[in-house]
Design a protein around this ligand. Sequence first.
Ligand code: HEC
Length: 181
Amino acid sequence: MGRKSVLLISGVVLVIGLIGLLCVVVAFLGGLNLGQQMTARSQALPIMPMMPMGSSTPQPGDFSSNGERIFRTGSNDQGMVIPNSMMSGMGCAMCHGVDGHGGTMMGRTVPNITWMHLADPNLEQETINGRHRNPYSEQAYKVAIVGGHDSAGNALDQMMPRWQMSDQDLNDVIAYLKTLR
Ligand code: HEC
């Protein structure tokens, strides 16, 4: 092999080596950059609501009625997220349960809000979170949902959000509460 060809081969090897090195550097910088972008993105994420997230936005047909949709998701058949004083995008079911029977949350009783329970004349005998209340009427439900007062006029704890709900939506959600057993 002549001296020239040896030089040529080492030249080629050197160039290939340099290109390789360049690739490694570019890949490394690219990786760094990607890492930064990912951090930035995760910081920008809003606080995830505590409710179980469905894989897709609910469609009107997923629910038997507008009232059920509001009860479960906090948005209505027009796709409007109903504003409340706590956190948008949650339905009544998140705290009161899908059956509306309630439970406990942070040491406080979350009441059973089914019509069957709250409109029952025996409700007078029940004390909940230190409150006595009268059997509910539809109007009393509306005052509780929008104004945050129970049927005896007691202010409800702030854990019960105040909802800016139209009269139609209120009627629909109450009609749904009447179907729960
Ligand atoms: C973030 C949790 C939460 C959500 C969401 C929520 N509630 Fe409540 N709700 C409560 C709690 C807690 C109380 C009890 C407050 C108290 O005892 O002071 C309550 C009380 C009530 C009451 C009064 C019941 C009684 O026993 O006097 C009604 C009616 C009611 N909620 C209806 C609803 C409806 C309808 C929705 C959906 C539009 C809803 N709530 C969404 C937490 C919630």
